[in-house]
Design a protein around this ligand. Sequence first.
Ligand code: NIG
Ligand code: FE
Length: 418
Amino acid sequence: MQYDLLVHNIGQLILPKETTAPLKGEEMKQLMIMENAAFAVKSGTIAWIGSNDEATHIKPLKRINAQKKVVSPGLVDPHTHLVFGGSREHELALKQRGVPYLEILAKGGGILSTVEATRMASEEELYEKASFHLNRFLSYGVTTLEAKSGYGLDPETELKQLQVVKRLQEKFPVSIVSTFLGPHAIPPTYKGNEDEFLEKMVELLDHVRNENLAEFADIFCETGVFSLQQSKYFLQKAKEKGFGLKIHADEIDSLGGTELAVELGATSADHLVAASNKAINMLSTSNTIAVLLPGTTFYLGKDTYARAREMIDEGAAVALATDYNPGSCVTENLQLIMSLAALKLKMTPEEIWNAVTVNAAFAIGKGEEAGTLTVGKKANFVIWDIPNYLYLPYHFGVNHTNSVYIEGTRVWRRNDNV
Ligand code: NIG
Ligand code: FE
């Protein structure tokens, strides 16, 4: 076969297991590392994987000498709030004085201040801003990500956000999965009439579905936001209407959102810092993926992190994400999250790589397309400036990408002066 591209002289090729379901428990420790490897690409798809010696017989149209570097599948970020207006740097001083996250929200700040800014912004402004940040995600090696709405809290602005995601999907090579998070907070005009607001968001689900604006529905189940009953009502409706389910669950208080996610067969339950023993046990016997967000715990200045070790040791599937948003985790650096997973969640390097590739892909319904490098799959990959796969979580806070490829085409490259 005449290959378009050959990537050869790879020091370590990271090959998460090809699977039809997320990796759970012990399986998360499996990670194939192929030394002195090479692979070939044809029409944007992986067409051959083998040893560097075998590759000497291949005469491709183009070659990339990986110079003994590490190569992995493109990273997948399964939880971001990519599209929003404004920023909240003024809240940092409040946080330093110890004002809790939910108190800032209750006073009309936090999410509600971003809602103001997002309502004020034009679609064009939101698109430009999100494009800038999406490019930054790409620079960190992310080739697939999820993007949530939830800073509109009214039909017009929620749809404006989703429309921006749709334009980004059309314009960018990055694969983007869209999630409707209409019930992200209670708008001040609905205080005391929370159920009425929720009903409005349920009604909006039909429109979102008909216009094909989101594949998943999500809700913030938390004290002072949506109760367990309200979350159940919304997610059940979303399920009936054909959405995949996600939930912001047990982030601050243990309300039982994780158990609800398992009961409803949700694709993922996210945050889970305060998840109960029962919740962890239920996760381990289900395919609902625990999407952990240690950057958020770090950014909110908390000492207690999600119990990733217990989750994995009991047999659950864990994925990692940035939670990129303007309030509780302001970073596009998924590599930093990998370091926090090592340092704070005590996850092993193998578990961490699986959590940002194969399991992250399953957490957004993309397990068949993304997260692994297999013959027949899209050639989305990252060449890393690291000596071996253990090195990435170890050297924290910087960008280790050398270059990023989507469907065999280079979409980002490190500037040699950096
Ligand atoms: O996932 N927890 C709720 N929502 C976001 C934060 C949104 C914000 O503060 O703007 C989160 O952490
Ligand atoms: Fe979030």
